[in-house]
Ligand binder design. Structure first.
Ligand code: XMP
Length: 317
């Protein structure tokens, strides 16, 4: 496609104009389409002066860390891998408030990146996969309200004293996905659902602990698997599970059991700024519910989230 070719040329040209021939560019890769495309574009522009970093914050989905590393390597991006899961989970202990969780996660990311930047004085730039809707929602354009502190747009560059590149700043998700395919990114990565930077921390209501993490991981995998099985995954914007602290009395076998409630959320959206819940067939919802309650012993109730954005948001936190 000539249009995609044009976009790539423009972006690469732009990066080369800004970044001096000895300067390095840090990119925090997550496995998502935005940061993957950002890294590929920066690599095209500055080659080996790209410094990709993948931080495991312990809030990834089942099997995600291995999958992401493998996908990136197959695209020629071999990130510095930092397993900081203990550090993140330790700092999140006892923290119930959403914005506080987000703040702590952002701060830990910043600490890790500042260590890297301190050790390599040639790193002068941070490239971020900010897309047009991120720009709007984070209130960095005049007249818009800040809805949530999406950490990937928040204060990171200030902390690090780096200059910022945002090559996707003018693109919508759909355009980023087409750009990804154009750059050779496999279809399942290009069309992967958005997954928030703070990971499962925003899909756990209240404190993040091992038990709730285990539940939300397993339940999310089940939601994704069942939707894929019914060819629904690619037709929706996001599909995931949420767990909080509320309990429901259940009967499993012949015992009463006070168990967790899992909320399933499946939405369609064009850009994440507004969303509608998907009218999933009852049989599919039933299958999700049966699998979650039978495969996760701590769960006795599954609910389906049926509120649009607005007034709700997509993620619970
Ligand atoms: P909300 O929940 O605000 O989400 O309706 C809108 C879209 O943004 C994603 N999201 C995030 N993405 N870092 C991200 O990179 C974040 O902190 C974050 N929080 C929400 C969300 O998944 C949805 O697609």
């Amino acid at each position: 496609e000539w249009r995609m070719e044009n976009i790539v040329d423009n972006i690469v040209e732009n990066i080369r104009r800004k970044v001096k021939p000895y300067e390095k560019v840090l990119v925090a890769v997550s496995g998502g389409v935005d940061s993957t495309v950002t890294a590929l574009l920066v690599k095209k522009a500055v080659g080996k002066r790209l410094v990709p970093v993948f931080v495991n914050h312990g809030l990834m989905r089942e099997g995600e860390v291995e999958e992401v590393l493998e996908n990136l390597r197959s695209l020629g991006i071999n990130p510095i891998y930092i397993d900081a899961s203990n550090r993140f989970l330790e700092r999140l202990k006892g923290i119930r408030d959403c914005e506080e969780k987000r703040r702590i996660i952002g701060e830990e990311f910043a600490r890790i990146f500042s260590d890297i930047v301190r050790r390599d004085k040639d790193i002068k730039w941070l490239a971020q996969g900010t897309t047009y809707p991120d720009v709007i929602e984070s209130g960095s354009t005049p007249g818009s309200d800040r809805i949530k502190s999406h950490h990937n747009v928040a204060g990171l560059p200030d902390w690090l004293g780096l200059k910022v590149l945002e090559p996707l700043r003018e693109l919508y998700k759909d355009e980023v996905r087409r750009l990804a395919l154009h750059l050779g990114v496999p279809k399942d990565v290009a069309y992967r659902h958005p997954f928030p930077g703070p990971g499962l921390a925003v899909r756990i209501i209240g404190e993040v602990n091992e038990e709730k993490l285990r539940i939300v991981r397993r339940a999310s995998r089940i939601v994704e698997d069942v939707l894929k099985k019914h060819n629904l995954y690619d037709r929706v914007w996001q599909a995931f599970a949420v767990v909080g602290d509320d309990k429901w009395v259940g009967v499993k076998g012949d015992k009463r059991q006070h168990g967790y409630i899992v909320i399933v959320r499946v939405v369609e959206s064009v850009d994440g700024m507004t969303a509608d819940w998907v009218r999933i067939p009852y049989e599919v919802l039933d299958e999700i519910s049966k699998r979650i309650t039978s495969e996760i012993s701590e769960v006795v109730m599954v609910t389906y989230a049926i509120t649009t954005k607005p007034p709700s948001t997509i993620e619970p936190c």
